[in-house]
Design a protein around this ligand. Structure first.
Ligand code: ATP
Length: 251
């Protein structure tokens, strides 16, 4: 479903990503790991349309998407979360989920003003989807709370719900376990696995929590100083000498 081919990204004199390739199949959880500054987030920023890569191709469902704006990429079904939670903090929890759907569907202003039947039907479906995902991530009781007042772990779950209401086929999660306690990380683990198993979503995961990565990944890509170092199953990665030297040995 996703193929990244020889992706490169240069910032002035710094080659932050150098010929990185990876692929993601339907219903797969693929992780990208590597030391700080390895270029993981830059790969995500290229995949999600935040950066226009300086080299290489990104194919989603066979279509080239490199250099396309982020809103077009997300409408194709490829959506992401951020390393630092980015919610509308002064809106309520449920409003965050409704706004995500409006932005995604490119709602027609005139239809909205006239409140046509099809518009009302879509509004109802948006509300239903919001309610479903609030229940699913355990935030229903907090639906009318300001998002900025939620605990950090709850904000992280809301971010995932905000992606899921747009019904993506590929979800990109940038360090979703950062700042979570062990119990919250366990919940997150189950949630990510269920996105794949129950909703047929493929997941690309950037994460420093190795036990989470090893536990849920179907395949892992390791990058080091912008360059691909290894890829394989968790078992293969665990035993790879280069990886142990460059990364796992550090931890
Ligand atoms: N917009 C930018 N302009 C200039 N340099 C950048 C930019 N974004 C990232 N970099 C540089 O690119 C390199 C890779 O950064 P990136 O954030 O992709 O690493 P990372 O693997 O995600 O790190 P971490 O695990 O710490 O989040 C770093 O040297 C970083 O300073």
């Amino acid at each position: 479903m996703l193929e990244v081919q020889n992706l490169s990204m240069r910032f002035g004199g710094l080659l932050a990503v150098d010929q990185v390739s990876l692929d993601v199949k339907e219903r797969e959880i693929v992780s990208i790991i590597g030391p700080n500054g390895a270029g993981k987030t830059t790969v995500f920023n290229c995949m999600s349309g935040f950066y226009k890569p300086t080299g290489g191709k990104i194919l989603f469902e066979g279509q080239e998407v490199q250099g396309k704006p982020d809103y077009k990429i997300s409408r194709l079904g490829m959506v992401r979360t951020f390393q630092h939670v980015r919610l509308f903090t002064q809106m309520t929890v449920v409003e965050n989920l409704l706004v995500a759907q409006h932005r995604h569907l490119n709602t027609n202003l005139i239809a909205g003003l006239l409140k046509t039947p099809s518009y009302r039907d879509r509004e109802q479906k948006s509300l239903d989807r919001a309610a479903y995902w609030l229940e699913r991530v355990g935030l229903m009781d907090l639906a009318n709370r300001e998002a900025g007042n939620l605990a950090y772990g709850q904000q992280r779950r809301l971010e995932i719900a905000r992606c899921m209401v747009t019904e993506p086929s590929l979800l990109m999660l940038d360090e979703p376990a950062a700042g979570l306690n062990p119990a919250e990380t366990k919940d997150l683990n189950q949630l990510i696995v269920s996105l794949k198993e129950d909703y047929n979503v493929s997941v690309v995961l950037i994460e420093h929590d190795m036990s989470l990565v090893m536990d849920i990944s179907d395949r892992i890509n390791v990058i080091n100083q912008g360059r691909p170092l290894a890829n394989g199953t968790p078992e293969e990665i665990r035993q790879n000498d280069d990886v142990i030297k460059a990364y796992l040995g550090e931890a």
